[in-house]
Design a protein around this ligand. Structure first.
Ligand code: ADP
Ligand code: TMP
Ligand code: ASP
Length: 237
């Protein structure tokens, strides 16, 4: 598949057209962004690690019956994906309180959420990705009733699969963000699943192994991502 013009350059990935209208090439860059682009740094190897990490997770999800945009890895930093009509919505499931939930509701980080909670956010950096509800989504036409139902179902299905997978590798899946899009009338999981878009803690020490290391200036960011990958059996060589 031939790489054509750039379709969009996001904060951490670039997306390219191909010679087939149904497919895109996603390039994972080393750019690491936090606070909606306020803090950006280049972290060596991060593009490669997140590309291979995402491919591994997408394959696991496909095996579990969750349809995704992923087709195949093309190189260390590039993957071939189906071209989705993305919904401007971020779906977040939280198993443990952290991040914006703690700030918003004044709860302590680390509190177990039983049952896990679900939140929608509008994908809009200029507005700092505000939290929205189903009524906003319907009123502004960001997605249909059916999409809303499907996004919730799929996001919780991902939780069932990945919570267990990370637990088996000695980690807690604290929370994560998913993005969906339409492909030939069907809603598919798009974008990425990597430690850039989720929180993972060591089950024993509760050490942070995700992008909070970057947000909080803890260092060892890519080393932590590689440690997570190693525990899952992902090869980064
Ligand atoms: P951003 O700066 O928007 O947060 P990224 O740097 O991750 O994001 O850029 C990737 C962009 O590509 C995002 O806007 C995402 O919604 C979009 N995208 C991800 N997967 C697909 C896909 N399969 N088809 C079309 N667009 C996609
Ligand atoms: P939050 O606690 O900042 O709301 O984030 C919840 C989870 O979603 C966390 O794992 C990080 C992820 N996330 C992103 O990847 N990108 C985003 O733009 C937002 C708002 C959250
Ligand atoms: N995903 C957002 C950014 O890249 C927010 C964050 O991760 O803190 O800036």
């Amino acid at each position: 598949m031939e790489k054509k013009a750039e379709l969009c350059r996001g904060k951490a990935k670039s997306v390219y057209f191909t010679d087939d209208d149904d497919y895109l090439i996603i390039e994972f860059r080393n750019d690491t962004s936090a606070f909606d682009g306020e803090k950006i740094e280049q972290l060596d190897r991060k593009g490669m690690v997140n590309n291979k990490f995402t491919a591994f997770i997408m394959d696991k999800l496909e095996d579990a019956g969750v349809k995704t945009h992923h087709v195949k890895l093309l190189s260390d930093e590039e993957a071939l994906v189906r071209k989705l009509d993305m919904l401007p919505i971020e779906c977040v499931v939280r198993n443990i309180a952290a991040g914006s939930l703690c700030k918003r509701l004044g709860v302590e980080e680390g509190v177990d959420l039983n049952p896990p909670t679900f939140e929608f956010f509008l994908k809009n950096d200029a507005l700092h990705d505000p939290m929205i509800n189903e009524y906003h989504i319907r009123s502004f036409g960001w997605a249909t009733d059916e999409d809303i139902k499907e996004m919730k179902k799929l996001t919780f299905q991902v939780n069932d699969v990945l919570k267990k997978m990370f637990a088996d590798a000695g980690m807690l899946l604290v929370d994560y963000k998913l993005e969906f899009g339409r492909f030939k009338g069907e809603l598919l999981l798009g974008d990425e699943f990597s430690p850039d878009g989720c929180r993972l803690w060591d089950v024993e020490t509760r050490e942070k192994l995700d992008k909070d290391r970057f947000r909080q200036g803890l260092g060892g960011v890519v080393e932590a991502y590689e440690e997570v990958g190693k525990r899952l059996g992902i090869s980064f060589d």
